[in-house]
Design a protein around this ligand. Structure first.
Ligand code: ZN
Length: 738
């Protein structure tokens, strides 16, 4: 049907070919149903397959309802109803693949897995089909399957064979598409949550990924610490048991190089929706080749770069090292497919345990944890767009939001009737709590007194801070009648630059071929808030005369080296080279001619160097031991007299992520727009920081005059992953012509 075996060297196909395959499989097999859930960002069909025994598939709705009872035990009227749901229910397993499109085994393993489940007649497969309802999403990012396959096939046999495409593989979010599981900004995330997670409440989610080529062959849970503290402990027990069982099973089949309890922690809800919805998330990460091209890795080139194990030494969590040698797409597909099959085998065998534990987890959540606050109160009279975004997230996350039906007092403050109340005694209370409270990331070191242990991702996700809203933690029950759960009102963003403006700024948004996620997020924010812009590529920047075409140029967050050099020469024209020195000169001229250059986060370091600005980055070459904040929410003080901070409060937040912090060297041409607090103890609001005194009192946002133009430097990410709504105005104001 595909014309090749999934896993054949150098064989990748675009998404429509895979959709045709799954359509045909569903037609041919009474064990497979196919459903289109909607369309992707670029308009491709977003599909899911239901795989189970023919009898189960005929009664899907019955099993969905049984499972819905377990997901919300408040609806189970009697102990017998609960027992029946556990005895008669099926384990619901959601398998998701290829959210990261360059992890190309993930394009094909779903083909191999679905075919096996559809055709195999062995006892193990029968047990899986009888006991499990599998929802298989063959790609969480279908657009990327096509982008990567197109690029791969185009460059096959050239020096660029096996390279990453010169564009983001998710139109807006790139690799960050797998950091969107609480913000729900992207349509693919929304479809998965609305049509699968919240309908089927899977006990097990298996997310298939790939990692670097030169470590273990396969990672499986347990995860490393830290585990986010609101995740139910029984759920982590499930993660540990299932991951270790899969490793054991694959070891028994003769697979080597499997590491558990390494590299990946479980801190953030951004990657793990189900950890806050009663189910486990089993991440698998298989070693990569060069896309679909095989690679050769001698044993002595395996490197202990990751945390928790050494790929050249056996240890309790890496029991049987891989010997090195050739590594192919076939190996990847085999590890991924057999891994998923091992997961399903355990899910079938332990069906009752999964359902009983799921019921326990949801019962505990519905009753509430003793040490948790009783509720959060969110005042109704706040910025309506931000409020709509926050309540929309909670609502999409299946959190019940109620309103107070009378005025009441909480912590000495009068709240008007209509205030929103999230009571933390409901099935998905942990989702609400973790997003509403500040994070206290533990101070973890590589060894006592040593450098910080790098978290796998960022350390903060407090939405009220990111959105500039108040959410009040209430420890005791509220003496006010509450409404039934409400559906929050959707308030559309107001375009910051009025469409009626007779001279709207001509905005250029730089887009590197060494594609950066921040460029994608900036584009997403501009598109969502209806800010008109033109994308600028290297050739346009290098050609100069920029002020004839643009009033404002935005450089998204990107390290200076990448901006300057771009992609290496092995890429075909026009991709290699970056802005180069011609581009740097052109940008300097653009400002001298009267343009505004806006540089975000690390791009500020480029602007300082390329335009020889009288500004010093105080964190340049500072080691992690001397300052560390890998993604945290800081307090930010603004000079609201400056037009960039117009309309903002004097005190707000800044998303700090490995950015620069500034010292002003010539105050006659420089204005400080934003500053981190002078008192180091006041810097951190949520997440983690080491040695905040390094940046205390330093400038965070600057405006530097140069000729008739200006440069605005951000030492933070004002539009971080489409979440930091409260600081969008700083970016939007920067775009206005002076
Ligand atoms: Zn991945």
């Amino acid at each position: 049907m595909l014309g090749f075996d999934p896993g054949d060297d150098r064989k990748l196909v675009e998404w429509p070919v895979l959709v045709r395959y799954f359509d045909a499989l569903a037609k041919a097999s009474d064990r497979v149903d196919i459903k289109e859930l909607g369309k992707t960002t670029l308009g491709a069909p977003f599909i899911a397959l239901a795989i189970s025994s023919p009898q189960n598939l005929r009664r899907l709705d019955y099993y969905r309802q049984l499972n819905a009872g377990l997901a919300d035990p408040r609806t189970l009227r009697t102990a017998k109803a609960a027992r029946d749901a556990v005895q008669n229910g099926k384990t619901i397993v959601l398998i998701t693949s290829s959210i990261h499109s360059t992890e190309v085994g993930g394009h094909l393993s779903p083909v191999a897995l679905a075919y096996r489940l559809a055709t195999d007649t062995g006892a193990t497969t029968r047990a899986i089909l009888d006991n499990v309802i599998v929802w298989l999403v063959p790609s969480l990012n279908p657009d990327g399957v096509t982008i990567v396959a197109k690029w791969y096939n185009r460059t096959l046999g050239t020096t660029a064979e096996g390279t990453e495409p010169p564009e983001l593989y998710h139109h807006y979010a790139g690799h960050d598409n797998n950091r969107d599981w609480y913000a729900f900004t992207q349509v693919e995330t929304q479809l998965t949550v609305d049509s699968l997670y919240n309908v089927w409440h899977p006990q097990i989610v298996h997310d298939i990924h790939q990692m670097d080529a030169n470590g273990a062959r396969l990672f499986l849970p347990p995860y490393l610490d830290p585990i986010e503290p609101n995740v139910d402990p029984l759920l982590i027990d499930g993660v540990n048991a299932l991951g270790a069982t899969m490793a054991w099973e694959l070891g028994g089949q003769g697979k080597t190089g499997i590491s558990i309890n390494s590299t990946y922690d479980a801190w953030t809800p951004a990657r793990a929706y189900q950890h806050y919805h009663g189910g486990v998330r089993i991440l698998s990460e298989t070693a990569s080749a060069d896309l679909a091209s095989p690679i050769e890795i001698p044993f002595d080139r395996l490197q202990a770069r990751e945390r928790g194990y050494n790929p050249r030494e056996r240890s309790w969590n890496f029991t049987n090292p891989w010997r090195g040698g050739r590594w192919t797409l076939r190996d990847i597909v085999s590890y991924q497919t057999d891994g998923a099959y091992a997961l399903l085998t355990q899910a079938a065998r332990e069906r009752e345990r999964w359902l009983a534990n799921f019921l326990t987890i949801e019962t505990r959540a519905s009753r509430g944890w003793r040490e948790w606050p009783y509720a959060y109160v969110i005042p109704a009279r706040q910025d309506s767009v931000a409020l709509s975004a926050l309540l929309g997230i909670l609502h999409r996350g299946d959190v019940e939001i109620r309103t107070a039906q009378q005025a009441f007092t909480v912590q000495g403050q009068r709240q008007a009737a209509g205030a929103y109340v999230v009571v933390l005694r409901q099935p998905y209370a942990s989702f609400a709590k973790t997003l509403l409270e500040p994070q206290h990331y533990p101070d973890r070191r590589q060894y006592p007194g040593g450098p910080p242990e790098r978290p796998y991702d960022v350390t903060a996700h407090t939405l009220p801070l990111l959105m500039g809203l108040r959410a009040i933690e209430v420890s005791d029950s509220l003496r006010v009648p509450l409404s039934a759960p409400i559906v929050p009102r959707v308030v559309a963003p107001i375009p910051p630059i009025a469409p009626t403006d007779s001279h709207p700024p001509r905005i250029g948004l730089y887009r590197s071929y060494n594609a950066t996620m921040d460029e994608g997020w900036t584009r997403w924010v501009f598109d969502t808030w209806k800010v008109a812009y033109t994308t600028l590529v290297d050739s346009v920047v290098r050609a100069g005369k920029l002020h004839e075409q643009f009033d404002v140029i935005v450089l998204p967050d990107q390290p200076p080296g990448e901006l300057m050099e771009g992609l290496p020469p092995r890429y075909p024209a026009p991709y290699p080279g970056g802005v180069g020195s011609d581009g740097a000169d052109a940008l300097r001229q653009f400002v001298a001619d009267g343009g505004t250059l806006v540089a975000l986060n690390e791009a500020s370091r480029f602007a300082i160097q390329a335009l020889l600005l009288p500004v010093r980055n105080v964190l340049e070459a500072v080691s992690d031991e001397d300052f560390y904040a890998p993604g945290s929410i800081f307090r930010l003080e603004l000079d609201t007299a400056n037009a960039v901070a117009h309309g903002m409060p004097r005190e707000t937040i800044g998303w700090f992520q490995s950015g620069p912090a500034f010292d002003v060297l010539d105050s006659s041409v420089t204005q400080v727009i934003g500053r981190w607090p002078t008192d180091p103890a006041r810097v951190l609001l949520s997440g983690w920081v080491l040695h905040p005194e390094r940046i205390a009192g330093k400038a965070a946002i600057l405006e530097v005059q140069m000729g008739t133009g200006r440069v605005i430097l951000f030492g933070l990410r004002p539009q971080y992953r489409g979440q930091s709504i409260v600081t969008y105005p700083l970016l939007f104001n920067s775009l206005r012509i002076k």
